[in-house]
Ligand binder design. Structure first.
Ligand code: SF4
Ligand code: SF4
Ligand code: FES
Length: 231
């Protein structure tokens, strides 16, 4: 199969370039990550992240033929050749397909992505009704791959000010949790022209999420709660 892969080592190269690879694959090479591992066997200078190879760790997110996704769950048979691979857009490149995720995680941490409850914990666990627990479906499954935030134009332009779809999905995951007591502080933290309201509902995030999550809907729910708070 034919590939065209972004290559850049900021410490050695003047500028990035696309490198062509023509690789004979084995019948067991079904997913794009299999092909990348095969390519690396021929050229070990190629750098990319991967770990679980099951769509769980989120580390092999990259731009595949123009769309963000995870290499390990992308079927080679579904891709048009030459398969063009680039790093996630809008982030500083560490090397080849590896980007610096610091800004992404900074925004994620800025929403306090953990349960806040000042009451002493009960002996066993903090219970929820099945209906309350249901509210968290579609929110807790995020694997922090950054496919969504790095597909979002608002995040490209203001990565230091706009939380981005992944962080906002997590913000809502705790706002929606009946066991959490910090709803008001969480809403205060997002009531800002940039942090939340830079989302213009373009829905790129929904289009690329490999887990089928819907950050736009979560963002809309936070906006609704803020409006309700002021009326
Ligand atoms: S819907 Fe909002 S968060 Fe999602 S890509 Fe568009 S602007 Fe970004
Ligand atoms: S919402 Fe989806 S695309 Fe965004 S970080 Fe989570 S799993 Fe990845
Ligand atoms: S290697 Fe873990 S999600 Fe692809």
């Amino acid at each position: 199969m034919r590939f065209s892969i972004y290559r850049y080592n900021p410490e050695a190269d003047e500028r990035p370039r696309m490198q062509a690879y023509d690789i004979a694959l084995e019948p067991t090479d079904v997913m794009l990550l299999d092909a990348l591992v095969r390519i690396k066997a021929h050229d070990d200078s190629l750098a990319f992240r991967r770990s679980c190879r099951e769509g769980v760790c989120g580390s092999d997110a990259m731009n595949i033929n123009g769309k963000n996704g995870l290499a390990c769950i992308t079927r080679l048979g579904d891709l048009k050749e030459p398969i063009e691979l680039r790093p996630l857009p809008g982030q500083p490149v560490v090397r080849d397909l590896i980007v610096d995720m610091s800004q992404f995680f900074k925004q994620y941490h800025s929403v306090q992505p953990y349960l806040v409850n000042e009451e002493a914990p009960p002996e066993k666990e903090r219970l929820q009704s099945p209906e309350d627990r249901e509210e968290l479906n579609g929110l807790y499954e995020c694997i922090l791959c950054a496919c969504c935030s790095t597909a979002c134009p608002s995040f490209w332009w203001n990565p230091d000010k706009f939380v981005g779809p992944a962080g906002l999905l997590q913000a809502y995951r705790f706002i929606a949790d009946t066991r959490d007591q910090a709803t008001n502080q969480r809403l205060d933290n997002l009531e800002d022209p940039y942090r939340l309201f830079r989302c213009h509902s373009i829905m790129n995030c929904v289009d690329v999420c490999p887990k089928g999550l819907n950050p736009t809907r979560a963002i809309g729910k936070i906006k609704d709660l803020l409006v309700k708070r002021t009326v």
